[in-house]
Ligand binder design. Structure first.
Ligand code: SF4
Length: 167
């Protein structure tokens, strides 16, 4: 099961380059980032994210062209079921994952259009810091990890926000 915080759902412009993105916070994070900026997301709480709730979120945010999971939770099979649902029902909607893990499950690379990997390390900075250890990849759907193109530098022109909370 994947749980999310309904109140976190919002449209964002910075998290995925050139996309109008509907982002939701996923709880039960399995990461252990040094200086974790959102420790509450490590708790196993929130509402189950179901296909019906995804439909409602998209209907309420007409015009978005990307759906972003801010976190991957602790149930990869459930996460994959949701991204497959999105791929099939909304083929023109791109899907992104911000993972806080160094390596995500190999299967995610086949279904997401964007995957961000790497734990947050305060000393290296968030994704928009040129010294970041995190990486953002653009993928070809169905192409797997071999199709991944590192687009992290797309974030670097945006300056460094010392208060940034990029996962
Ligand atoms: S991924 Fe985010 S919530 Fe999870 S441990 Fe890292 S900073 Fe904290």
């Amino acid at each position: 099961m994947i749980k999310f915080l309904p109140e976190s759902a919002s449209v964002v412009l910075e998290e995925v380059p050139d996309r109008v993105t509907l982002a939701v916070d996923i709880t039960n994070c399995q990461g252990h980032c040094e200086g974790c900026h959102s420790p509450y997301l490590r708790g196993n709480f929130g509402e189950e994210l179901t296909p019906e709730k995804i439909d409602a979120l998209i209907a309420d945010n007409f015009g978005v062209n990307c759906f972003l999971f801010l976190g991957e939770g602790a149930d990869v099979d459930a996460l994959l079921a949701l991204v497959k649902y999105l791929n099939e029902k909304y083929p023109r909607l791109e899907v992104a994952l911000y993972s806080g893990l160094p390596h995500t499950d190999d299967r995610v690379w086949d279904y997401f259009d964007y995957v961000k990997t790497g734990p947050y390390r305060r000393s290296y900075g968030p994704l928009n810091s040129p010294t970041t250890n995190q990486r953002m990849y653009r993928l070809q759907r169905g192409g797997g990890r071999e199709s991944a193109v590192d687009i992290t530098e797309r974030f670097w022109h945006r300056g460094i926000d010392p208060n940034a909370t990029t996962k």
